[in-house]
Design a protein around this ligand. Structure first.
Ligand SMILES: [Zn+2]
Ligand SMILES: [Zn+2]
Length: 422
């Protein structure tokens, strides 16, 4: 399905639901910014927000397309803009009485800030993308740092996403590769989604599943062009990133976009913030983490294909102590979440299902790309698994495999991995 078709939603889907699309306009083309003038026709008091870099990339063009309908432009001078209280306050201070639209120019941080501040003021917003670096353009959640903690606040989708390929192809290559990595990570999360449908009888939409899968395959096939900044390939990547956001909106959760590989990436980020240690950009962490989850799936598949009895793992040591050691100040939140969810106490039931449906589960796990294949994809994109291990170290990665799942309320292969005695 083309993105334009996704925009009209799906009525009476085979999953039994209707999937409306909340986004009005998505324009991905060379010169897309020029179309702003016609799209934003009804708005008269527009606030533009950007940072130094993103304004340099597209600011002038946006300003000239919108003309005198812009009443103010806020350009953050920060080298590394953080989506925190301070940035939010600055934007709030510029939202005047008659403001009727916020236009954000940027990728991750500006998108999250525009999403959040427009939402709290009940205003629509547009996002003019400056890098194909992540899949959050079309999602409802705003990733913020509040009180020093990484949180996802409820917000809303943009009314329009403007993706001008002449701007996007000029983005720094590491941001482009990050976007590509975020898409490659979907192989892992789509497998998790299907596993959750088997093990926990979770809702799954086959149409959304296959649409996401196809967008991933198309992007994977475009890697050569992406590395050469070829406009069509950059458009394919951007289209995938935005489509995934729409597909998430279809099912009302992030299953199509985020699973075990994302839990690992969030773990590296949260622990990094907590300990003041370096971590990679979201998409790169997701890409590398897909290698870790590929390995886990292979290990589990082997066990499930064997004749070995599947037994529940026994927990060694003090759980609370382990979580406190890993998560520091965030530990209490993690402990409370798991206590509420009760995932640990359902281990026995899950293990019974693993035994009962072991062949089916093994087949599913084998459907995801193998360790070798993911490794190949990393090399192809100019990345090396060695750099990942060197940055985080074996122990941190191991802790992530065992405890990143505890950050979330979502069942993935990481639970299966730790449920079973090996
Ligand atoms: Zn459906
Ligand atoms: Zn992501």
């Amino acid at each position: 399905m083309k993105l334009t078709e996704l925009l009209s939603g799906i009525e009476n889907c085979s999953c039994g639901r209707t999937h409306p699309c909340p986004i009005k306009h998505v324009i991905i083309e060379d010169g897309a910014i020029g179309r702003l003038s016609e799209i934003a026709d009804g708005y008269k008091n527009i606030l533009i927000i950007a940072d130094n870099n993103t304004y340099r990339a597209a600011g002038e063009r946006v300003a000239s397309a919108l003309g005198d309908r812009v009443y103010d432009t806020l350009i953050f001078p920060d080298k590394l803009l953080v989506p925190n209280e301070c940035a939010i306050e600055k934007i709030n201070g510029r939202i005047s009485e008659g403001c009727d639209l916020i236009v954000g120019i940027g990728s991750g941080v500006i998108s999250d800030l525009a999403k959040y501040t427009s939402y709290t003021h009940s205003l629509p917003y547009y996002i003019v993308a400056t890098a194909p670096s992540m899949d959050g353009y079309a999602s409802v959640g705003a990733a913020l740092i509040l009180g020093g903690m990484k949180v996802t606040e409820n917000a809303h989708v943009p009314e329009a996403i403007i993706a001008d390929t002449s701007v996007l192809r000029e983005a720094p290559m590491d941001m482009i590769i990050a976007g590509y990595g975020d898409i490659i990570g979907k192989y892992s999360c789509l497998n998790d989604w299907q596993l959750a449908a088997i093990v926990r009888d979770e809702y799954i939409c086959k149409t959304v599943l296959s649409e996401t899968f196809e967008a991933v395959e198309r992007t994977r096939g475009a890697i050569k062009g992406i590395l050469e900044r070829c406009p069509e390939a950059i458009a394919t990547l951007t289209e995938a990133l935005i489509s995934v956001g729409i597909l998430m909106a279809y099912v009302g959760n992030s299953r199509p976009a985020s699973g075990s590989e994302h839990h690992l990436s969030h773990y590296f980020e949260i622990v990094g913030i907590e300990r003041g240690e370096r971590y990679l950009s979201h998409g790169l962490d997701v890409f590398y983490s897909s290698l870790v989850t590929a390995k886990i799936r292979e290990e589990l598949a082997e066990l499930f294909e064997s004749e070995k009895e599947i037994l529940p793992a026994e927990f060694e040591g003090d759980y609370g102590e382990k979580i406190r050691r890993i998560y520091g100040r965030s530990a209490e939140g993690v402990l409370k979440l798991q206590e509420k969810l009760g995932f640990y106490s359902e281990r026995g039931e899950r293990v019974a299902i693993y035994s009962e449906r072991r062949k089916e589960i093994a087949r599913l796990l084998r459907k995801a790309p193998s360790y070798r294949e993911v490794e190949e994809m990393l090399y192809e994109a100019g990345l090396s698994p060695k750099d990942f291990v060197k940055l985080y170290g074996e122990e941190k990665i191991r802790d992530g495999v065992l405890y990143s799942k505890d950050l979330k309320d979502r069942y993935t292969v990481l639970w299966a991995y730790t449920d079973i005695k090996r």
